[in-house]
Design a protein around this ligand. Structure first.
Ligand code: NAD
Length: 367
């Protein structure tokens, strides 16, 4: 795609998102706001998601689910959620009887995603579930089946798909702006603090790969628009470090895509990384940082010239965009651009990465 003015780019992006959303955003949306219940009042829910309902056009916060009564009181008061709309985990299935709740947003430790998503579907509620969708392919398939049976939508919290720089990177990469893509490098990692559920395999399902390496994997998939056919991985973990008794620290993995694109990816719980680069035959598109909550930065090298690309601040941030997208899909009968199948696709590759690292073999996918 030839690059035009910023207005042209953003116009193109909007059209792309509508097409990708299979009509989710295409028609006029009703003025009714979709009511969300948040399940799990931890750091991400309370600091990133709940405050961003204020920027939504089609979504509102109507209910809270937590095992801690003091949190229900605190956040119930802060967000004006009446006692009738505050639930304990033991009470969770009673959301079925609350018509104000249209959708449930599952923001619990990874190993709880499947159970709480399936129970939401069984209560007749649409589901937004955080990444990783679950801790195994089998759990992902059960979640998709439960939502299909209940006739409810299922979307995964891949917020970068609602962030303008990542959307532009997708359009430029898939449109061969720097020539056809040859390589992608993607790196995500941070130095993890001890004593938390992320380091406890029964709750996390795995280490850095499940939590942060999934951003490298997901980016490689969304920048190519392809599914990998071959995976090879090396893991390196110091199990004498008390943080890594049950989960992995570092993973380096390589993906080969059907078109021949090779993605070289990093996942780490002991070093800081947040970026990707799309390398084409005529230059490269660099994003660093690529997937933080704010502050993405893009640099493009093309025709021998390296220059930053700056976008205007969007009217709606990635969190509000994500919440509104599921709401619009519900109101308009469309399919979210990141449905359960998207989470399942990542888990399929993650299982192959773990197998490749453990068995020291190259894994073929999609056969
Ligand atoms: P957190 O530890 O801050 O919150 C987890 C919540 O689950 C807490 O309220 C805790 O009380 C509750 N909980 C219920 N049962 C629990 C149990 N048995 N053990 C531990 N906690 C239990 O974690 P978080 O950072 O908010 O992560 C929650 C989910 O959100 C994870 O799946 C994570 O991957 C995801 N997340 C996504 C993003 C993103 O950018 N999309 C960012 C952070 C976290």
């Amino acid at each position: 795609m030839a690059i035009g003015s910023r207005r042209e780019i953003l116009g193109g992006l909007g059209a792309g998102i509508m097409l990708a959303g299979a009509g989710a955003c295409a028609s006029a949306t009703s003025s009714r706001k979709i009511g969300y219940a948040i399940v799990g009042l931890g750091s991400y829910a309370t600091r990133q998601i709940m405050p961003n309902f204020a920027g939504c056009d089609h979504a509102r916060l109507v209910a809270l689910v937590s095992g801690t009564p003091a949190k229900l009181d605190q956040y119930g008061a802060q967000y004006g959620i009446p006692a009738t709309h505050r639930y304990s985990y033991a009470d969770y299935d009673r959301i079925r009887d609350n018509p104000d709740i249209d959708a449930v947003y599952v923001v619990l430790p990874n190993a709880m995603h499947a159970e709480y998503s399936i129970r939401a579907a069984q209560a007749g509620k649409h589901v937004m579930c955080e990444k990783p969708m679950a801790t195994s392919v089998a759990e992902c398939e059960a979640m998709i089946a439960a939502c299909r049976k209940a006739g409810t939508k299922l979307m995964i919290g891949y917020r970068s798909r609602f962030e303008p720089y990542n959307r532009l990177a997708i359009e430029l990469a898939r449109g061969s702006h720097v020539g056809p893509t040859r390589f992608i490098t993607a790196e995500h990692g941070f130095s993890i603090q001890p004593n938390q559920w992320r380091l406890d395999r029964p709750l996390s399902g795995g280490g850095s790969m499940m939590d942060i390496g999934i951003y490298s994997l997901n980016a490689a998939r969304y920048l190519t628009g392809e599914e990998p056919v071959e995976v090879s991985a090396i893991e390196s973990t110091d199990h004498s470090d008390p943080r890594f008794r049950t989960v992995e620290d570092r993973v380096s993995f390589v993906l080969r895509f059907p078109s021949g694109i090779v993605a070289n990816c990093i996942s780490s719980y002991s070093s800081g990384h947040n970026g990707y680069r799309v390398i084409g035959t005529e230059g490269w598109i660099d994003m660093e940082p690529a997937t933080p909550y704010a502050g993405q930065a893009m640099t493009i090298r093309k025709d021998g010239v390296t220059a930053p690309r700056t976008l205007a601040a969007p009217a709606k941030n990635q969190f509000a965009g994500q919440l509104d997208h599921l709401a619009e899909s519900i109101l308009n009968g469309g399919t979210p651009i990141v449905p359960g199948e998207e989470g399942l696709a990542d888990l399929r590759v993650i299982e192959a990465i773990y197998r490749s690292a453990a068995e020291r073999v190259k894994i073929r996918l999609g056969a």
